[in-house]
Design a binder for this molecule. Structure first.
Ligand code: C5P
Length: 395
């Protein structure tokens, strides 16, 4: 799919620059013609020799070659490229891009590029979460830059969190999607997806939760994004990576998930409520770890807010999809939820069937709307996601 594509690979000064070598090799292996621009600092992290050998082109760092004065024209580079991919993109480079600073070849080329631009941010979790970085990323998104979201995981600092550059294979997938012929039927649409289990604290140590892995919701977010939608994934704690092109908002409790969803729903074209939200939460969260005694104990619980119903009440023309996981009177319960929460359709999971439900990679579902029910056979969660998105598209 990348055969004959001209790609400029911009490398900035981050530890993740070591992954740029693999990325370059994968892009070249997929048939792309890759020219590499490095910032002066990037050379401290990975050698130009490595990048030049892998890309089969000399590396560009300076505005001109200091030995013979030959001009490295950022204008013609920008015209040559079908895609400008900056990976890793540091907080510093993103800030400069967002404000139009042009103090190195990588940045002047950005300002001259007529092609699509994609960046794969890489930095420490606090830098990534900082309001300034988030503001710059929002600006870049508005300027039309495609952001290949960083993953969560162990960072070079030893800390664990979001900020790790997406893996080279995932960046290549994102690049292919950018060039892809895949129908971008949901271009310009915005969707909210909830996924995973919520966590309700009892005390600083214990909590109430459930077995949801988040896999179904993540597959839906990925399927929506692949069709060109802008997707915000409000996610409970999971071990899953953020799908390419999806913005993830991490939450723990039902209350936090409610807030994150209600705040965003007005700007959305639709929402898929896939999270397994706690129905009850401890009435009081103990400040200190509860001590055991010889007696039995009970914990008073209060109802949580129903997020789906709250969105259903302000639905308007938006598409709203819910899930139901039932162990008895499946159809009737799902049907009543469909009406009560104002869903366009509801996806019924049965816990009784082999291959369906929590944690696994497959599911057996029935799609129910006011007109009737469509039973789907055993499928991968990814295929189920495609069928759900097909139905959203029709609506
Ligand atoms: O009522 P029940 O929990 O079975 O409804 C399931 C549907 O409602 C799912 O789509 C789930 O994500 C959503 N839900 C919610 N907020 C809650 C409870 C459920 O969004 N507090």
């Amino acid at each position: 799919m990348l055969k004959g594509k001209h790609i400029i690979l911009g490398v900035t000064g981050s530890i993740a620059a070591y992954k740029s070598a693999v990325l370059c090799r994968l892009l070249v292996g997929a048939g792309a013609d890759v020219k590499v621009i490095m910032t002066p600092l990037a050379k401290q992290f990975i050698t130009p020799l490595t990048m030049a050998t892998l890309s089969k082109h000399p590396i560009l760092v300076e505005f001109f070659n200091p030995e013979n004065g030959e001009w490295n024209s950022h204008v013609s580079l920008g015209e040559w490229a079908d895609l400008y991919l900056i990976a890793p993109a540091t907080a510093n480079t993103m800030a400069k891009m967002a404000t139009g600073v042009a103090d190195n070849l990588l940045l002047t080329t950005y300002l001259s590029a007529r092609c699509p631009v994609a960046i794969a941010p890489a930095m420490d979790l606090d830098m990534y979460a900082h309001v300034a970085t988030q503001r710059n990323m929002a600006q870049l998104r508005e300027d039309g830059v495609h952001i290949i979201e960083p993953a969560s995981g162990e960072l070079a600092s030893g800390l664990v969190g979001k900020g790790r550059m997406a893996e080279p294979q995932d960046i290549v997938k994102a690049v292919e999607a950018l060039f892809g012929e895949k129908k971008k039927s949901l271009e310009g649409k915005r969707y909210l997806v909830t996924a995973g289990a919520t966590i309700e604290a009892i005390d600083p140590v214990r909590y109430i939760s459930n077995h949801s892995s988040g896999k179904m919701g993540y597959a839906i977010a990925e399927a929506l994004a692949e069709r060109g939608a802008e997707v915000t994934l409000v996610s409970g704690r999971t071990a899953l990576d953020v799908p390419v092109g999806v913005e993830r908002v991490d939450v723990l409790s039902a209350e936090e998930m409610h807030k994150a969803c209600v705040e965003r729903f007005a700007q959305m074209d639709g929402a898929v409520m896939c999270a397994a939200v706690a129905d009850y939460t401890p009435s009081v969260v103990a400040d200190e770890k509860l001590k055991k005694s010889d007696d039995d104990m009970s914990i008073a619980l209060k109802r949580t807010k129903d997020i789906a119903a709250a969105l259903g009440a302000q639905k308007g023309h938006r598409v709203l999809v819910g899930f139901a996981m039932e162990t008895q009177n499946e159809r009737e319960n799902a049907q009543s939820k469909l009406e009560r929460k104002n869903f366009d359709f509801i996806v019924l999971n049965s816990l009784r069937k082999e291959g369906a439900g929590f944690r696994g990679d497959t599911n057996i579902v029935t799609l129910i709307d006011k007109a009737g029910a469509e039973e789907l056979p055993l499928m991968s969660k990814r295929e189920v996601a495609e069928r759900i998105v097909d139905k959203i598209e029709k609506i």
